[in-house]
Design a protein around this ligand. Structure first.
Ligand SMILES: [Zn+2]
Length: 272
């Protein structure tokens, strides 16, 4: 798993260096962002290891004890695995959308979106609180539906690859991008989700397949404004603090009167 993880990171770094940037990178952003993003990943990994809960362990427990819908129905393995992938993928879409619409969840997920540039390292940038909520929500889903542990592991491997791929700073050739969008979340779709303008951020919630955004009307295939005015991050977060580890870790606990979640009317105003 560690080798796979490192290989994906190295491939994404190599692609970023070879490809044209989506928008010009502001000078020196790597120096400020990479240590912060990597530090958050180290904190998350440490806390996850300390937490005696993983959705794969929950899947094994539910399987051994016949708990959850699929374990009760006991369908043929192919259907069990396919249902696990579909339910796992849909639940990630729903949980991600919840993190944008429920103010307390958004304050934690805001840490991920406050990265004012985007590259492979943004994949690592999550508040430990968000990681904790996600583990709880995913474990509850696995328990309720009795999802299959092997299919879940395959989905996890797919998620890691796609997550790095869609955060990386490159664009696919337009024809490939258009074709792939019918099935998958692509770099362009996810870069739009990281726009600093909320109407664009409130779209493309999928992590793996684009079917859920298509089905629920949240697919946004093109930026709603020209790339000249496109920017990453959150325009209500001061760039001076957006890479400050102390601020990132403590900000979810402090209500922010200028934030999107706290001021919905303000957020809907177009600001080029
Ligand atoms: Zn998001």
């Amino acid at each position: 798993m560690l080798l796979y993880f490192l290989a994906i990171v190295l491939i994404c770094i190599a692609i970023e260096y070879c490809a044209d940037p989506v928008i010009p990178r502001a000078k020196g952003t790597r120096k400020r962002r990479w240590p912060t993003n990597i530090a958050l990943y180290v904190i998350n990994t440490g806390l996850s290891a300390a937490l005696p809960l993983s959705f794969l362990a929950v899947a094994h427990y539910a399987d051994e004890n016949g708990i959850g819908l699929l374990n009760w129905l006991n369908p043929p393995y192919g259907i069990d695995a396919m249902a696990t992938v579909l339910i796992g993928s849909l639940s990630i879409y729903i949980f991600h959308r919840l993190h944008h619409s429920v103010p307390i969840l958004w304050r934690f997920h805001r840490v991920h979106h406050s990265d004012n540039d985007l590259d492979w390292s943004s994949t690592l940038r999550h508040h430990p609180g968000e990681t904790f909520f996600m583990i709880l929500l995913q474990s509850a889903t696995v328990f309720a539906f009795g999802l299959d542990a092997t299919a879940l592991f395959a989905l996890l491997i797919l998620h890691i690859g796609i997550d790095f791929f869609t955060h990386s700073r490159f664009m696919l050739p337009p024809r490939i991008e258009r074709s792939l969008q019918w099935v998958m979340i692509t770099p362009q779709l996810h870069h739009i989700h990281h726009s600093s303008w909320q109407p664009e951020t409130d779209s493309n919630y999928g992590i793996d397949f684009s079917i859920w955004d298509r089905l629920f009307g949240t697919l946004n295939r093109q930026p709603l404004r020209s790339m000249d005015s496109f920017a990453y991050g959150i325009d209500t977060v001061d760039p001076a603090v957006s890479n400050d580890l102390d601020w990132l870790l403590t900000s979810p606990l402090v209500p922010d009167s200028t934030d999107w979640a706290e001021t919905p009317e303000h957020a809907r105003t177009y600001r080029p």
